[in-house]
Design a protein around this ligand. Sequence first.
Ligand code: SF4
Length: 347
Amino acid sequence: MKLLMHTCCAPCSVYCIDELRSEEIEPTVYWFNPNIHPYMEYKSRRDCLKEYTKSINVNAIFEEDYGLKEFCKNTINNLETRCQEYCYPVRLEQTAKFAKENGYDTITTTLLVSPYQKHDIIHELGDKIAKQYDLQFLYRDFRVGFREGQAKAREIGLYMQKYCGCIFSEESRYLNYNLAKPKLPEGFEFLPVNHSINIRKEKDNKEQYLELLLEADPSKEMINKYLADGELFVLTYKDEPVCIAVVMKIDNDIVELKNIITKEKHRGNGYAKKMIKYLVDNYKTRYKKMIVGTTENNIPFYVKQGFDKYEKTIKNFFIDNYDEELWDGDMQCVDMYYYSKDLNKAK
Ligand code: SF4
């Protein structure tokens, strides 16, 4: 079998490649994802896949096409059905076309690993499009390994995206809704909520967390300014501290979330979200507003946690207050953006 595997990103490819290799099938990875938005996100996903495929020595082909306009033109009148009517077919069609022109006899897609995608429709489309090109569609319900693949991806430090990919799925990061309900194959279920998570206020020896706090704010001087007077909270998972936050009183109505950080290997599990919820519950009876200052990259995260009121921008904050240039992924941190959450409205 000569298999061309449409691949949406590195984390989704992890389980698919491992699984195929365990069956002694060697896929060629095929990157074609024209509507990932914005371009920097497209680039991060593509570059991560380049690195990953190189590191595991799998053949990979990168079809460069950043097609935002084409995607918008074709989906704007029917946003609800954009996945099955445009996004999936365009990817599968291009994969089949390339496969046919380049001597592959079988195609598949990593979209089959995600419990958030419309699995049965992808299967159906895959069969149909492969047939049109006189190819086979290799179907596997990769969803059974979704969690395993994501955990491995996190462990080896792959870039983990926070939304499906297109501009409309990116919008849902800011709004508190998610239309896609995860669906696993029959007989499989998501693990129950873990109850070994605790949050406590640490009064003594707050400096023991300095090293972790420095990952979010790399200036000891800055941290020392708020650590002494601020309140420090520790979220533990199975007794291991995994997420730390520091909150400081600004005046009788306002508190500021000065620092929040999750240990790298535990990121992506929702610990920061849990911590923020705890802090809001803790402060809402005594204060009216919680503010947070953030880099541009992290605005969507805070807006989603309810910090949806823009307060102010401090121009050049990260240049004027830090000795070295700060980078968040591909983006240099320059201005500090302040957002707030109305604690009176917090449920
Ligand atoms: S939500 Fe995902 S699958 Fe649907 S159109 Fe957007 S990128 Fe494609």
